[in-house]
Design a protein around this ligand. Structure first.
Ligand SMILES: [Zn+2]
Length: 250
């Protein structure tokens, strides 16, 4: 199997701020994942699920930091793409006695409820669920609403913003008191930004969404790929300039 070599690598974690952990993506078609500790309830919230093959590595990386995957009670998704959602299926199997609740917005929630493979595996990536040893089954998903707030313990309170452009179901999670932005694949550190050539993607929507998050006060930028940053606004500003220059060009 093409991806088998990748599956065994540990997802190395590190602490971003107290009770917030970052697990960097595996090299092939995986995503960054974030864990927030709900101290009051002794539970963990996971942001994005990875590609499934990386789940073992995530569990190992978590255990190195003293985090127990059995305490994951909630999974928050940024959008519907394969590298962000496939990990749900093996995680639910693994925690079948008390599976975590899933949360997503709009199209992402709909696609996962339907088990719509063609939307989870966009374009001509040349991949299929079988390559990941998975079967896409309909899932029970809770709908997040725009501008809804979600609490993880009393310490982390995120607001949901709808930020299309990369995909139809793309949202950002924003914690204003700690200045944390979890933007999925909207905007990355180092002046880059999400692809807009997948189904439902739009350059104009991407520009508008990046413009929107550029107006938030962001210290910790925790994107779906590549590095995280603790000078978020500077990174978002440079991505905004880059994406605008493309917009002008076309
Ligand atoms: Zn994506």
């Amino acid at each position: 199997m093409v991806f088998s070599g990748v599956s065994s690598s540990v997802k190395m974690g590190k602490i971003v701020i107290e009770n917030l952990y970052y697990f960097s993506e595996n090299p092939m078609l995986d995503c960054n994942q974030f864990i927030i500790v709900d101290k009051e309830n002794d539970e963990l919230a996971l942001f994005d699920a990875g590609n499934g093959l990386s789940l073992k590595g995530l569990i190992e990386g978590m255990s190195k930091l003293g985090l127990n995957y059995e305490q994951i009670t909630r999974v928050y998704l940024t959008h519907e793409h394969v590298d962000h959602v496939l990990g749900i299926y093996p995680l639910i199997k693994l925690l079948s006695n008390s599976p975590p609740e899933l949360f997503a917005y709009g199209e992402t929630a709909k696609i996962l409820r339907k088990g719509d493979e063609s939307k989870i595996f966009p374009g001509n990536l040349g991949i299929s669920p079988g390559m990941f040893g998975l079967e896409i089954i309909p899932l029970k998903v809770n709908d997040l609403k725009v501008e809804e707030t979600i609490s993880i313990g009393s310490e982390f309170i995120f607001k949901i913003y709808y930020t299309p452009g990369h995909s139809l179901g793309s949202i950002c999670y924003y914690e204003s008191s700690k200045k944390i932005l979890i933007p999925g694949d909207l905007v990355f550190a180092g002046g880059s930004f999400g692809r807009y050539d997948f189904p439902g993607g739009s350059l104009n929507a991407l520009i508008e969404s990046i413009k929107f998050v550029n107006n938030l006060d962001v210290k910790y930028l925790l994107p779906g790929h590549m590095n995280i940053s603790d000078n978020g606004n500077q990174q978002i500003e440079s991505s905004y300039r880059m994406v605008q220059s493309i917009g002008n060009y076309f």
